[in-house]
Design a protein around this ligand. Structure first.
Ligand code: COA
Length: 161
């Protein structure tokens, strides 16, 4: 039986693994190791392994007094490991971390070219807030989404009859 192991990004190996997952999934916004280190200082970030195989990563941007107590939760699962419930397990864990940080509003952000991410977010109760391009010349917008019920929603298919 395979075992899902999730650990904080807190050393060079986990920084490399988080960077790898991010850059495979978001090739239009490649991050350097220093970019990742800067994010680790601001955010709560984790990497996930099935046994010892890297499968995904998470980011929780913590709520602040300036942003209306909004946490941003982002889950990424490598393409070869999708549609077996791993994204949901990572999301539920990241959502619990955001609540533990006292977030009153939960947001996420998905690249418009990512149908898996948009469907996943919609199924978990996120609604679109706005679309925008990060840089001049970019063609694919980012979509900011907000959880309609900040406590989270179980996808309809998972609810008991
Ligand atoms: C969004 C993302 C994290 C989802 O990861 P995932 O591991 O595929 O997520 P899950 O397996 O939990 O759910 C995906 C689907 O697989 C289904 N599923 C779960 N377990 C399954 C199983 N054992 N067999 C078949 N299907 C299964 C789920 O019901 C869900 O179906 P739906 O699309 O009909 O709702 C992944 O697609 C991703 O990394 N996308 C790019 C990053 C991104 O956009 N992230 C933003 C989201 S915050």
């Amino acid at each position: 039986m395979t075992h899902l192991r999730i650990q904080a990004v807190d050393d060079e190996a986990s920084i490399h693994d988080w960077q790898y997952v991010h850059n495979v999934i978001i090739p239009g916004d490649v991050l350097s190791l220093d970019d990742v280190r800067a994010r680790v200082a601001r955010n709560r970030m984790e990497v996930a392994y099935l046994d010892d195989v890297l499968i995904g990563c998470t980011t929780v941007r913590p709520p602040t007094e300036d942003n209306g107590a909004t946490a941003t939760v982002i889950v990424r699962v490598l393409p070869g490991f999708r549609r077996r419930g791993l994204g949901t397990r990572l999301y539920e864990r990241a959502l619990a971390q955001a609540h533990a940080l006292d977030a009153q509003v939960i947001e996420s952000v998905v690249l418009a070219s990512n149908p898996d991410g948009l469907r996943f977010a919609g199924r978990h109760g996120f609604v679109e807030l706005e679309r925008y391009l990060l840089r001049e010349g970019d063609s694919v917008p980012w979509i900011d989404l907000r959880l309609d019920d900040p406590r989270g929603r179980v996808p309809a298919a998972c609810q008991p009859e």
